[in-house]
Write a protein that binds this ligand. Structure first.
Ligand code: C2O
Length: 549
């Protein structure tokens, strides 16, 4: 591989959408941010210079970071944030991965404007396991707030109430014509008839799992989270924040003399507090007879999207994703398990501090979220440094519970006490341990799908179901042959998923809900994977410019 250098200048920039202009934190003045490309086996060296007042760090979402955990990026987990006026060089090699990923800020809610595509092409002379596309395009789904997202989340954390919802969803930063004052901010994909296009889709939205569809065109799914899958055709795509999906779109053989909407809108509306609006982009054929104008006068055709809360459509879509599992790209599912974990994920509440009025559940509490009843409290220094230098005292404790503190019927009546405990707790686990982890949605304050993202690993989704996980019955139905291999999985609303992975990457690895509001409320924890015995199983020391807290 080769070494590729990038420079990210973090700067404020005025951006206008929906007739609102605001100053935003951006990379190199771009919204969304610049495209980063590499080939499998290449080294990426990205110098990030922070010119804004905010702290920041950048995460390379889905990159395995094998023995390069210092470059992973989540603030207070693998590094202290890059402070105003400081810089840090992210230096890592892409090992054994190719496909669509993305990079994003991993501090507070800065991800709202600091994100961009990370495209990993196959090695030179290697090809895709599907037809060579005529063209490749990236479409990043995002969210736009007229207000400053940093103010939105800090207000929520202070009052305990749910945050204000975004004002629009976007394709590559553009809300499209179904929003007021947004006609000119429409994403247009110009195509020729009779060609195959590879769409690299990324859900970079903060808080919404999305349905996506293109009118009168079916899509062939070929990759999910930068792993090839068994190709399948669909009219509907479901994509949670943190997930990426590559699809082939074959255009009509003849010029159709019509334009087509590409639409996305949320699957889930939370407790009535989520926005149920639609982002639209336009698929536009180039008219072979009239090259000056390619837009027809009739309005674009619309696809039908499932209704809000169509949980069965989501389950049906995710059950169709299977590893390609070919000779060249085998699925290496751990067949035996050394350590079992059962984690509940869900919302809860925290008592309102004295002398404060809270607007959370029951008026006397604040919204909170937890894993096994523990709401993760951010430490004041990075966990990875504390671990590497043997200074964990006062930073974190190693008693993260392997099963919930207060088990109950997760899909029945919620318990009276919804309070969670705050703590900075981790699971310590030896190198090369095969892990099975069952994630159960608790439905304490309503059933929700939580997109759980694991840093540093891909995992196999060996099982999923609705209701309570049954350890005596459900494992018999696990798929240990060709399950989907991903870095982010939607824990079904009112249900569970089981994942397996091998801890072959020493370091400290965050696992969290990729809804930023749940992340901020504490739905996160960390795995400390110890060094192995051999020199190539150990985490090297940090780079000298690693930021200090
Ligand atoms: Cu894409 Cu920890 O995040």
């Amino acid at each position: 591989g080769v070494t590729r250098h990038y420079k990210f200048e973090i700067r404020l920039k005025n951006v206008t959408r929906l007739c609102h202009t605001k100053s935003m934190v951006t990379v190199n003045g771009k919204f969304p941010g610049p495209r980063v490309v590499a080939r499998e086996g290449d080294r990426l060296v990205v110098k990030v210079v922070n010119h804004v007042p905010n702290n920041i760090s950048i995460h390379w979402h889905g990159v395995r970071q094998i023995r390069s955990g210092w470059a992973d990026g989540p603030s207070y987990i693998t590094q202290c944030p890059i402070q105003s006026g400081q810089s840090y060089v992210y230096n890592f090699t892409i090992v054994g991965q190719r496909g669509t990923l993305f990079w994003h800020a991993h501090f507070s809610w800065l991800r709202a404007s600091v994100y961009g595509p990370l495209i990993i092409f196959p090695k030179k002379n290697a090809s895709y396991p599907f037809v060579k596309p005529y063209k490749e395009v990236s479409i990043l789904f995002g969210e736009w707030w007229n207000a400053d997202p940093e103010a939105v989340i800090s207000q929520s954390l202070q009052t305990g109430a749910g945050p204000n919802v975004s004002d629009a969803y976007t394709f590559n930063g553009r809300p499209g014509p179904l929003y007021n004052c947004s006609q000119n901010e429409t994403y247009r994909l110009k195509v020729k008839p009779g060609k195959t296009y590879l769409l690299r889709l990324v859900n970079a939205a903060l808080n919404d799992e999305l349905f996506f569809s293109v009118a009168n065109h079916s899509l062939t799914v070929v990759e999910a989270d930068a792993v090839y899958v068994k190709p399948f055709q669909t009219n509907l795509l479901v994509i949670a924040p943190g997930q990426t999906t590559n699809v082939l779109l074959k255009t009509k053989p003849q010029f159709p003399n019509a334009t087509f909407f590409m639409l996305a809108r949320p699957y889930f509306t939370g407790m009535g507090t989520f926005d149920n609006s639609t982002v639209a982009g336009i698929l536009e054929y180039e008219d072979p007879l009239n090259s000056s104008s390619s837009t027809s006068s009739t309005p674009p055709l619309r696809p039908t999207l499932p209704p809000i809360n169509a949980t069965s459509a989501v389950a049906n879509f995710s059950s169709r994703i299977k590893s390609l599992n070919s000779a060249k790209f085998p699925a290496n599912v751990p067949q035996t398990v050394q350590k079992h974990f059962f984690f509940t994920v869900g919302l809860g509440s925290n008592p309102c501090p004295k002398n404060q009025t809270c607007q959370g559940p029951n008026n006397r509490t604040k919204f909170s979220a937890s894993v096994n009843n523990i709401s993760f409290a951010l430490p004041s220094t990075a966990l990875l440094q504390a671990h590497f230098f043997g200074r964990s005292n006062g930073v974190y404790s190693t008693d993260f519970p392997t099963s919930p503190l207060q088990p109950f019927n997760y899909t029945g009546t919620p318990p009276n006490n919804t309070n969670v405990a705050n703590g900075t707790k981790v699971v310590v686990i030896p190198y090369n341990t095969s892990v099975e982890l069952v994630l159960q949605d608790t439905s304490i304050l309503g059933a929700e799908s939580h997109p759980l993202h694991l840093h540093g690993f891909n995992f196999y989704i060996v099982g999923q179901g609705f209701g309570n996980f049954n350890p005596n019955k459900d494992p018999a139905n696990f798929n240990l042959v060709d399950p989907a291999e991903r870095n982010t999985v939607g824990v079904p609303s009112g249900g569970w998923v089981a994942i397996r992975f091998l801890t072959d990457n020493p370091g400290v690895w965050l696992m969290h809900c990729h809804f930023d509001v749940h992340l901020s409320w504490g739905l996160r924890m960390a795995w400390v994977v110890q060094d192995g015995k051999l020199p190539n199983q150990k985490l090297p020391p940090p780079p000298s410019d690693l930021p200090k807290c």
